[in-house]
Design a protein around this ligand. Structure first.
Ligand code: HEM
Length: 430
């Protein structure tokens, strides 16, 4: 596809085998960019921090001028980087567009989009690449339909263009850290905005310039899209967001552009990644479980377990800042400290989840997952991820109970993004 998609490596472990910091009481640490921080890893400590209004994101602007800590706060217009009343207002507007009734109405066509990709895969016959033939087309079909970008005319969006914009968006943080030019809409929201990379790819100047150009194009496309939906609203999510924002008032246009761009690009990429990474684990290590996924309840519980245990990327934690001294888990986090929250560690805390990833995938989780965070920044797209994952696993396993990998997981190439990592190809047969 696009040249940036060739940014793949084969030597990385699959994400489900990535080590996480062990669950321990809060303790001082140093982030990869050199920023001193407090690391929070235990499930109950993490829940407490995520719900504490004294631990905020907006104040990260004051921390440092370089590296991941600064990058993550680099887009103050994004939902992810706001707190308090400004955040509640923007979030309230978004939630008015994502009503339970609207979501219920979307479910049948999400299921139909999944089935269409399954049917196309089966009709084309083996062998196949599950990334190109399934893990990417499913979220792309859902994203474009949801945002009203699946028709003809100026709003129509093809996969290659969205992919180019997405790669530029996801690389943005790293390029800002490397002092390269950036611009355009913010990334981070849909991928969880997790900021501490275990691997930081140093982008070439040429690639950074290409990304800057792509981001400028994407910002212009999104601004024009919003203007058109304001003039001629439909029933799509962009029209709903514009309507809600205009009715509520006080939402800066820049925030709206960031939001629509993030929901489209990062939303699409995160589901594609989650699906690809889940398929790698299931087909690579749980072939016995695969045919059981034809049962809808098993598929639903498996989807939840995989979203819980398999991270979306290599990032270790999401960061905040303490605006006051905080008593947490027997420690005192001082006022002004940067707080690094490891959702991955919390989700593997043996006190809460003694059975881990390798247990029966049909069992319910012992406690609500933190994969989508908790508290005021709880992931707005969680319903969509769960729905697409469940439908995808159930329909694919029903149609192809004998699906299997044709090359070992250790040989897979990975597509790297700023906050996500996913298999570049999943070669299969049946
Ligand atoms: C497997 C896929 C996904 C995962 C694991 C994920 C995870 C997360 C996490 C952990 C956060 C909060 C980060 C924090 O508290 O610091 C978050 C926020 C967010 N997510 Fe997701 N996400 C996923 C997909 C999506 C999708 C598909 C969408 C949109 C359609 C979406 C939209 C958002 C938005 C808008 C926020 C910011 C909310 C706020 O700051 O108030 N996410 N996500």
């Amino acid at each position: 596809m696009e040249s940036a998609a060739a940014d793949t490596r084969t030597t990385l472990p699959p994400l489900h085998r990535l080590p996480v910091s062990p669950a321990r009481p809060p303790h001082p640490t140093t982030l990869p960019d050199g920023t001193p921080a407090w690391l929070v890893t235990r499930y109950h400590d993490v829940r407490q921090v995520l719900g504490d209004p004294r631990i905020t994101r907006a104040d990260l602007h004051d921390v440092g001028t370089a590296g991941a800590t600064a990058d993550v706060a680099a887009n103050p217009a994004s939902l992810f980087n706001q707190d308090g009343p400004a955040h509640r207002r923007l979030r309230g507007t978004v939630q008015r567009a994502f009503t339970p009734r609207a979501i219920a109405g979307w479910q049948p066509w999400v299921a139909a989009a999944v089935q269409q990709s399954v049917d196309a895969l089966v009709a084309a016959g083996p062998p196949a690449d599950l990334v190109a033939a399934f893990a990417r087309p499913v979220p792309f079909a859902v994203t474009t339909r949801l945002m009203g970008l699946d028709g003809d005319g100026p709003d129509s969006l093809d996969e290659a263009r969205l992919h180019r914009w997405t790669l530029a968006l996801l690389a943005q943080g790293e390029e800002a850290a490397a002092g390269e030019p950036t611009g355009g809409p913010a990334a981070g929201e849909a991928a969880g905005g997790q900021a501490i990379g275990r691997q930081a790819a140093e982008p070439a100047a040429e690639q950074a310039a290409d990304h800057a150009e792509a981001l400028a194009e994407y910002a212009a496309f999104t601004a024009e899209l919003i203007a058109r939906r304001r003039r001629e609203p439909g029933d799509d999510l962009v029209s709903r967001l514009v309507r809600a924002a205009d009715q509520d008032g006080g939402i800066p246009e820049e925030s709206l552009v960031h939001l629509v761009a993030g929901l489209t690009a990062s939303g699409n990429e995160s589901v594609a990644g989650a699906l690809g990474n889940a398929l790698v684990y299931l087909l690579g290590e749980r072939a016995d479980h695969w045919p059981r996924l034809a049962d809808p309840d098993t598929a639903e519980r498996t989807a939840e377990r995989l979203l819980h245990f398999i991270p979306l990327g290599d990032d270790e934690a999401t960061i905040r800042r303490a605006t006051a001294a905080i008593e947490l888990g027997g420690a005192t986090i001082p006022a002004d400290a940067v707080v690094a929250i490891s959702l991955g560690s919390a989700n593997r805390d043996p006190e809460v989840y003694p059975d881990g990833l390798d247990a029966d995938l049909g069992l319910p989780l012992a406690a609500p997952t933190l994969a989508f965070s908790a508290g005021p920044h709880y992931c707005i797209g969680a319903w969509r991820v769960r729905l697409e994952m469940r439908e995808s696993l159930q329909r694919l396993a029903t149609a192809l109970p004998g699906l299997r990998l044709t090359s070992p997981v250790a040989d897979l190439a990975w597509q790297l993004g700023g906050t996500t990592r996913s298999p570049a190809r999943i070669p299969v047969t049946w």
